[in-house]
Design a binder for this molecule. Structure first.
Ligand code: ADP
Ligand code: MG
Length: 420
């Protein structure tokens, strides 16, 4: 311990003057005091540093938590966006796409990579008019709600779109961009058209039934008088030819009236479990007998599964369907060809027995294909235009479904599926 207060008296007693000593002692005390102050200050600083460190750590923790929370919320929102069945796209104030969810990809046929950062006008296009786009909302500030427009997909297909738009703002009210939410309305439109068609058909059917009944009675009368007229004539009487024409005309009218009544009459099914293979083969064989007599230029081919194909079916009505389709197929092959009758089990959805009747005939263009199931639509001189509508009605009464595949000049295939 060499601190000056504790120095022994004798060390101070020689050489130096008193004033010098006093000076030195004062300086030393001052130095000592200063050091103490510094130490105190240092300790204070240390404590403060410790405190700040703890605060910093706390703040860091809070920050991390809030970031995690932010991530969680953003993931959550993203998941919602991605799982929405409606398309959602967002554009920034420059009209460039900044968000494009999965449904938007499906509806437009474009991928996120393709569209993000690209101008809306380049991707979605302005065909529907600028006033029907999110750009209009961006420019005018006015949102659009529940509007409709057509969209040209990336594959060129046009689809009806239902859409709404609105501005996106931050908390301070600044415009960050605009959002467009849209839905593919194809199925809705199809159903609307179907409902419309059903209404028309119902009205048409009612009228047709009345007319058919009204025609039947006088027709019966004409037939009776014509046959009476013919009976009184000699075999070589030239007027017999006229009577024959009348009888033929009556026959045709009668067929039309009968098909009309079949078509308009409410269907009552007498369905039971039958092996579709037996049923189809029976009708085909029956038809073939007639064909062999009249159309040697047509070859009939069959393709049946090995196992039986059991469905609940009204055999009589279903045979009518098969005969209608076979007849159409042969009529489509005026220059001969191949008629294929195929049966198989389709298990892709609900298990269904499928009957496919295919020909190598003239086929159909879009126009014919669209009108195929419209009553009285025919392209034949002596057609009634009731064969397919009646068939469709019978198939639908079996909870079945009929569809067609056909190209002009490339033949036609009708597919009928009946749930097992
Ligand atoms: P119809 O046979 O009395 O004309 P359908 O209802 O059976 O009436 O057929 C309607 C129309 O559909 C036919 O006139 C024809 O134009 C078209 N069609 C039906 N089946 C075929 C087929 N296999 N190939 C080409 N066209 C067909
Ligand atoms: Mg027909």
């Amino acid at each position: 311990m060499n601190s000056p207060e504790q120095l022994p008296e004798h060390t101070l007693s020689f050489g130096s003057s008193d004033a010098q000593l006093e000076n030195f002692t004062d300086s030393y005390v001052l130095f000592k005091e200063t050091t103490r102050k510094y130490r105190e200050a240092y300790e204070q600083l240390e404590a403060q540093f410790e405190f700040l460190n703890i605060r910093l750590e706390e703040t860091n923790l809070e920050l991390r938590k809030s970031l995690e929370e932010k991530d969680r919320v953003s993931n959550y929102l993203n998941n919602i966006l991605e799982s929405l069945s409606g398309g959602v796209l967002v554009v920034d104030p420059n009209g460039e796409i900044t968000l494009f969810n999965q449904a938007a990809e499906v509806i437009t046929g474009r991928t996120q990579e393709e569209v993000l950062g690209k101008p809306y006008a380049d991707i979605i296009g302005l065909d529907a008019g600028r006033e029907n786009t999110v750009l209009h909302t961006l420019e005018s500030g006015n949102g659009l709600s529940n509007k409709e427009k057509d969209l040209k997909r990336s594959d060129g297909r046009r689809i009806p779109l239902g859409f709404s738009t609105s501005l996106v703002r931050d908390e301070a009210g600044r415009v960050l961009g605009a959002v467009e939410v849209f839905n593919d309305q194809t199925e809705v439109k199809r159903l609307e058209a179907e409902v419309q068609r059903t209404h028309t058909l119902a009205a048409l059917g009612e009228m047709a039934a009345t007319v058919a009944h009204e025609i039947r009675n006088p027709l019966g009368g004409i037939a009776t008088f014509a046959s009476l007229l013919g009976r009184g004539m000699e075999t070589d009487d030239p007027r017999r030819h006229l009577v024959k024409k009348i009888t033929e005309g009556i026959g045709r009218l009668n067929r039309i009236v009968t098909s009309l009544l079949t078509y308009t009459r409410p269907l009552r099914l007498n369905a039971h479990r039958v092996n579709l293979i037996d049923l189809v083969e029976e009708a085909t064989a029956f038809f073939e007998i007639d064909l062999e007599r009249t159309r040697q230029d047509i070859v009939v081919e069959r393709s049946y599964p090995e196992d039986e194909l059991i469905c609940r079916i009204d055999p009589e009505q279903f045979q009518q369907v098969i005969l209608n389709l076979l007849q159409n197929a042969t009529q489509a092959m005026a220059d001969g060809g191949t008629l294929t009758v195929q049966l198989y089990l389709d298990t892709t959805d609900t298990p269904c027995g499928v009957l496919c009747i295919r020909d190598t005939g003239v086929g159909m263009d879009d126009d014919v294909r669209e009108k195929l199931f419209t009553p009285f639509f025919t392209t034949k001189e002596d057609g009634t235009g009731l064969g397919l509508v009646t068939s469709k009605k019978i198939i639908e009464a079996h909870s079945g479904h009929i569809r067609v595949e056909s190209q002009p000049g490339a033949g036609t295939g009708f597919f009928i599926s009946i749930p097992q």
